[in-house]
Design a protein around this ligand. Sequence first.
Ligand code: SF4
Length: 222
Amino acid sequence: MSGSIRRIMEKAYKNVLSNPREAKFAFKMQQLFAKSEKRRRRVKEQEGFDVPPFLISSIATQCNLHCKGCYARSNGIAQDDATARKTTLSPEQWKQIFMESAEMGINFSLLAGGEPMMRKDILEAVAEVKDMIFPIFTNGTLIGPSYLDFLHRHLNMVPIISIEGTAIGTDARRGQGVFQRALQSMEMLWDPYRPVIPIRLTTRHWLHSSSPRSKKKRVCVS
Ligand code: SF4
């Protein structure tokens, strides 16, 4: 898992260098990462416990899709029935957790669910923690004008859109029309807001990917 996350971030980092605003942000984060690494080492030496370099946080217990083999639904994290849903933390509680994490030298938290984009209230709160980057693992179907504006304002919020290679593979697992909707989101994100669109593909489907932008080097594949 950590190798895959590292590859995503390395590719995303390389891509942002061609955009002045993002390059400035990347430079600032690079300096912060170096400081955080020292901080984690210091905690280890002085207090004897390991601070992880990144977190995975399930912030949502809802999802708008019903994919086959969904981990979150099979273990009860995501529920359609509101009364069956587990109690969730508030936006302010998540923000507090990430502020404390950043102080300890953690700079990344993957945001998962359910579908994290169903919790814009939480995303808006945690985006204010500027010393952290939040890759958002999303099915990509909820991105519209309001999310475009949000993602443009907060460079530390990085959508990672999941597809299963082709339209056939994606729709068979995720539902009819999901591939097109995810592709539409990628197109919307492409211009004018973000030159980087990380996409998570299963490796065995990569050769068959038909994204119209997939030949451009800015597409990042893990
Ligand atoms: S989008 Fe993710 S959380 Fe939602 S049903 Fe599909 S696999 Fe599960």
